[in-house]
Ligand binder design. Sequence first.
Ligand code: SF4
Length: 351
Amino acid sequence: MASVGAKSEIRKARLWMPERVMFTPAALDQPWGQQILERVQALGLPIDELKQNRLTGLRGETERDTYATAKRTLAVVNAPAGQLKLSPIPPSADWQFHIAEGCPAHCQYCYLAGSLQGPPVIRVYANLPQILGNLAAYDRSGSQTSYEVSCYTDPLGIEHLTGSLAEAIRYFGTRKDGYLRWVSKFDNVESLLDLPHGGHTRCRSSVNAASISDRLEGGTASVAARLHGLRRLGLEGGYPIGVVIAPIMPIPDWQEQYTQLLDDMSETLDFDCDLTVELITHRFTPGSKDVLLSWYPNTKLDLDESSRVVKRNKFGGLKYVYDAKTMRELRQFFEREIARRFPRAKILYWT
Ligand code: SF4
């Protein structure tokens, strides 16, 4: 565990190599599916060409077995038709769209728990040209329209296997009103540095206090490595960049821990850049808690309802969040300390 007061170590994430790559017949019919096939063949990964378009045989004896097998499996499929009808995603962006579903990392608070169905196999979409071609209809002509691509995946964590994030960035570089946003806990940015993005993609890094990241974010790059990757995207790639501090947790020494994080950010992002900040506190639902406990039965993540307050959404669903006093203290701290270090950065939202 990194100690407070010392700059955290740059630990690059090992590129994820699945133990099995499944292709559905429909995916192999797609030129983009063939492009992914060439990539995984070149990497020497075991390939399984399925006879049918449904993924089967993914369940193990226990939920934990199912999780472990799924997280070692890549499935190349076509996006479900329903995903071509976009949904809004406030406060992050106007619309969300998906180039994949699932993620090779092992964050014990994972945002996908409870929102995805079935075993958490990493599915990547072979019909990418169709997915991208569908977006223009959602632009508000004459005003900027933003599209978030990281709601169901970490797109950089699988980029070496797909090339799909680079293709999306190239596509948005040709658009008049459409702007792409993505976020990652990985650092393999090399393949994105020379793309013709035209300023239409904002690259963001998801970061946290080192002790939270080291304890809860398995399989990711260290926070220092993520910030270094973000620096390269801004400085060498010329992209607008952003930092998502999430999930914020009031751990016992939170002021010291987050002060160190903000100091590391300001030391690494010390150049003139277009920077935004998003601030997200930890929350969970009864459903996400159940899924997370089945995936990580020994987790040290605080999922104690009695230390939270209930927040209801307009559909009656509930989530457990920190109480108003804690939220106020955290928010005041972050807004003050960010303004002090990054006077020109825009804080997009606090939640
Ligand atoms: Fe889940 Fe994001 Fe962590 Fe991947 S990087 S395991 S999607 S929280």
